[in-house]
Design a protein around this ligand. Structure first.
Ligand code: HEM
Length: 317
């Protein structure tokens, strides 16, 4: 485009907005050029690490959680485009699921920053200062689930037993699997971690589920005339990465720090106070976004045969 044409186009743009283009041209004359640090908000970003102890490794812990939250935000950003797309095409979906897989792999491949990158003894001291906060309270983690799949797919064993054939969203939410982490199985009492989380987010999570009714990624797949093998494979891969592979590298890290040094036994609870060994493993959670793409045998073996080492080995090859 010639300079004259550009000026003409800008004139048109502001006239169409009912504005005087001269004001905007004059404004442009005075505007300071943008720079990297203002655009990326570097100072703000680097001011967000506020350790609560003097252990240097606590900053690693904070920053890696922040990296994860930003990556989850990248994922939510993609997922929102899928669920709000007016006419969903296979091509669009393939590209977006590929992006989701890439982000989830980045989380899996980098998790050894947690597993191997902090001092065991220091971690076990500074983590006490952080109670009852827990990654369990990451709301973006729950948003991703609600955007991806129907709430029926996220109910716990009790829900599977007690719910009727066509349960309401509210009934499903009552039995949502993550409540298992914060509820005492015998007494039904809730941990402080859980009460904090529910006070802050339960209502908005249920609202999101209502908004997504019939519009989750799982639902929207029905709008495609057919689902190619390539798309099916990518969706299965996302299910596997998010609901088996990440949980395994995560529980492996929990075991590393919370088990007694050099053994695989522990009495230690996480900062969220859950019975995490009975909760975090994918075989217990049975969380799936696209259950129709898995056969009975695969569902039965959900993460059972795999260890975190297998996952990391697979990622390298
Ligand atoms: C040393 C590192 C870590 C340890 C020892 C650890 C331990 C735990 C434990 C024990 C739980 C169960 C809830 C509780 O009792 O607190 C949990 C849940 C959780 N953590 Fe971590 N965690 C670590 C790092 C991370 C990181 C970096 C993230 C990223 C945000 C994260 C995200 C989560 C999430 C999303 C849950 C809930 C999982 C679910 O409901 O399936 N954790 N963690």
């Amino acid at each position: 485009m010639e300079q004259e044409q550009i000026i003409q186009a800008i004139n048109e743009k502001y006239k169409n907005l009912g504005e005087n283009p001269d004001t905007y041209f004059k404004g442009l004359l005075q505007a300071k050029p943008i720079n990297y640090w203002d655009y990326i908000e570097v100072d703000t970003l680097l001011s967000l690490q506020k350790p609560r102890t003097d252990f240097p490794d606590e900053e690693i812990f904070i920053m890696y959680h922040q990296i994860t939250e930003l990556t989850l935000k990248l994922m939510v950003h993609e997922i929102k485009q899928v669920v709000s797309k007016e006419t969903l095409t296979e091509e669009f979906l393939l590209d977006r699921i590929q992006r989701l897989n890439r982000y989830t792999e980045a989380l899996i491949n980098s998790f050894d920053i947690m597993r191997d990158g902090m001092n065991y003894d220091d971690y076990n001291v500074f983590r006490m200062t952080l109670a009852p906060a827990s990654g369990f309270q990451s709301v973006q983690f729950r948003h991703i689930e609600i955007y991806c799949t129907r709430l029926n797919n996220l109910v716990n064993d009790a829900g599977k037993e007690n719910l009727t054939d066509a349960p309401s969203l509210e009934e499903c939410f009552e039995y949502i699997y993550w409540k298992d982490a914060g509820t005492n199985r015998e007494t039904g009492a809730k941990t402080l971690t859980m009460r904090q989380f529910e006070d802050k987010y339960a209502e908005s999570l249920l609202d999101l589920a209502r908004k997504m009714k019939g519009k989750t990624i799982e639902d929207r797949l029905n709008e495609l005339p057919s689902i190619s093998d390539e798309l099916k494979e990518k969706l299965r891969k996302f299910d596997y990465l998010y609901n088996i592979a990440w949980p395994l590298v995560h529980i492996n890290t929990a075991k590393h720090y919370l088990d007694k040094k050099g053994s695989n036994t522990t009495d230690a609870t996480g900062t969220g106070g859950s019975q995490w060994k009975k909760y975090l493993h994918p075989a217990f959670q049975q969380r799936k976004f696209f259950p129709n793409f898995w056969d009975d045998q695969e569902i039965d073996g959900w993460g059972k045969e795999l260890t975190a080492e297998d996952i990391l080995e697979q990622r390298k090859s």
